[in-house]
Design a binder for this molecule. Structure first.
Ligand code: 4AD
Ligand code: MG
Length: 483
């Protein structure tokens, strides 16, 4: 007898034909048994929608369905028929049900009810099986694909930059050490300090905080490149927007000034948001309902004016506001919350770093749309940013989003060798670990720019989720590296 080939559930809803015989494999979400029939909702991860399997108990007895329990994996052969009640066009009339893997209902942690996100984090190995997390996973994939497509279609080359680095010059945050030395008994140098010359790479190494410096090297030959890799920061920031391991998209472009850089960032964000709206509508509709449920629980004044989909469309349809740090500072200083002492960090002196409460005020209350802030004080930004002629500010650009705050950080780079060297000396940065970076300013230097988009921050915005731990499969945060 000819074996039936497996059909994925998404295919059935897209192109399934009434009366067609199919084989479907997946996991049981729920089972409901009534007098003559049983209904099984099954899902295989291909779509948010469950396939309803209808079992005539005259054909397959109830005792044969004993192991068809929430979480079990099953293979069902049967005929597609037009559905009367499942909310889908088609359902599957079972002829044969095979249990592939049981899930003991007394032990299986996922019950067919709403679980808290906190609980689901504790069972991250199983949360892919929930509607919420599978929707997030599909959107995550779609956004990754959209980002590669965006850059590919515009002539960028993807560069794999190293994960292990011997320079910590970026200064973007504390780093995780990479070492094979025996922590109990490390070799010591003449001064009694750990001798990293004996370590695996012959020097001190860490996990990278950014692929930018290497991307710059590539851009200064390939013109337009981007990296999309994992980055690591050992800051003790236990917030809903920080991870110790996160993914970052870093384009770097030769012959781009800060304005070209801002144009690209805005175009990219709009492109990927549109891609999600066009390609993930089922998942976004599901998350939108979830978002509205969450909103109902908030106090009236904390509820957002737009639902998730409206917010995405709003960002698509409006130009981002572009202002300087100094303009932002003045707005914040004269703002109501600042005058009433409502900010945790009062806005008093020019030069202070902007906190997320300030960023969100600018975006959510003042401009009510995404804002790009440029020309930050030199002292609060990285050494490689291009210095303005005022001697005080650099050509930095941060893109600020509603709910998120900073989603992108970038700048035009200092391409002038002497100015860059001066800044490195002022800051006391070890030149020896950066000789290769400096040489690009000696040989054929050009104006160039780039930025970093935090992928999980983008995910937060697109999915409407409130905590960054829920938009990456296996979050790494302080005191947490399970799974
Ligand atoms: O602003 P950052 O530190 O910039 C850089 O690393 C530059 N090298 C980028 C560049 O110019 N190529 O980080 C860039 C973005 C932030 O805007 C934020 O979205 C995200 O990375 N980010 C984090 N996301 C999650 N968890 C963290 N701990 C993050 N730190 C930064
Ligand atoms: Mg930043």
């Amino acid at each position: 007898m000819e074996e039936l080939r497996k059909t994925v559930i998404k295919e059935i809803f897209a192109h399934g034909q009434d009366q067609k015989k199919v084989l479907v494999k997946g996991w049981v979400r729920t089972k409901r048994v009534s007098k003559n029939v049983a209904f099984i909702a099954m899902n295989d991860g291909s779509t948010i929608h469950n396939l309803q399997v209808v079992v005539d108990l005259a054909d397959i007895s109830e005792s044969n369905l004993y192991d068809v329990q929430t979480g079990a994996s099953i293979a069902v052969t049967g005929k597609l028929v037009e559905s009367k009640g499942s909310g889908q066009a088609l359902e599957l009339l079972a002829e044969k049900i095979e249990i592939i893997g049981k899930a003991n209902p007394d032990e299986y942690p996922l019950q067919p009810k709403k679980h808290s996100l906190e609980f689901l984090r504790e069972i991250a190995h199983l949360r892919f099986r929930t509607s919420t997390f599978s929707a997030i996973t599909r959107i995550r994939h779609a956004l990754i694909f959209a980002i590669h497509k965006f850059f590919n279609d515009r002539g960028f080359y993807n560069i794999h930059t190293p994960i292990v680095t011997g320079s910590d010059a970026e200064g973007a945050g504390d780093m995780f050490r990479v070492s094979v030395l025996d922590p109990q008994n490390p070799p010591l140098d003449e001064n009694g300090r750990v001798d990293f010359r004996e370590d695996f790479f012959g020097k001190e190494t860490h996990l990278t905080v950014s692929g930018q410096l290497e991307a710059e090297l590539a851009a200064l030959a390939m013109s337009k490149v981007y990296t999309f890799g994992p980055t690591f920061r050992a800051e003790n920031s236990n917030t809903s927007r920080h991870l110790a391991e996160f993914w970052m998209i870093e384009p770097e472009m030769a012959f781009y000034d800060i304005h070209d850089n801002m144009d690209l960032a805005e175009e990219m964000l709009k492109y990927v948001i549109k891609y999600a709206l066009d390609n993930c509508s089922d998942d976004l509709d599901f998350l939108n309902k979830r978002f509205l449920d969450e909103e109902k629980r908030k106090k009236q004044e904390e509820r957002s004016e737009m639902n998730l989909i409206e917010r995405l469309e709003f960002v698509l349809n409006n130009p981002f506001e572009r202002i300087t740090y100094t303009e932002a500072f003045d707005i914040l200083k004269n703002s109501k919350p600042n005058k009433k002492g409502k900010f945790n960090y009062p806005v008093e002196t020019w030069g202070m770093d902007m906190q997320s409460e300030h960023e969100r005020y600018l975006v959510e209350k003042h401009y009510k749309k995404p804002v790009i802030v440029t020309d930050y004080p030199m002292e609060i930004k990285a050494f490689y940013m291009k210095q303005n002629d005022d001697g005080k500010t650099v050509r930095a650009m941060d893109v600020l989003f509603p709910q998120i705050g900073e989603i992108i950080g970038g700048s035009q780079r200092e391409e002038n060798y002497d100015r860059l060297m001066n800044r490195i000396n002022e800051l006391g940065i070890e030149k020896e670990t950066l000789w290769w970076f400096l040489e690009t300013r000696k040989y054929g230097t050009v104006p160039h720019s780039g930025y970093g988009l935090g992928f999980e921050r983008l995910m937060l915005f697109v999915t409407g989720m409130g905590n960054i731990r829920d938009v990456i499969p296996f979050p790494r945060t302080p005191k947490n590296a399970e799974f």
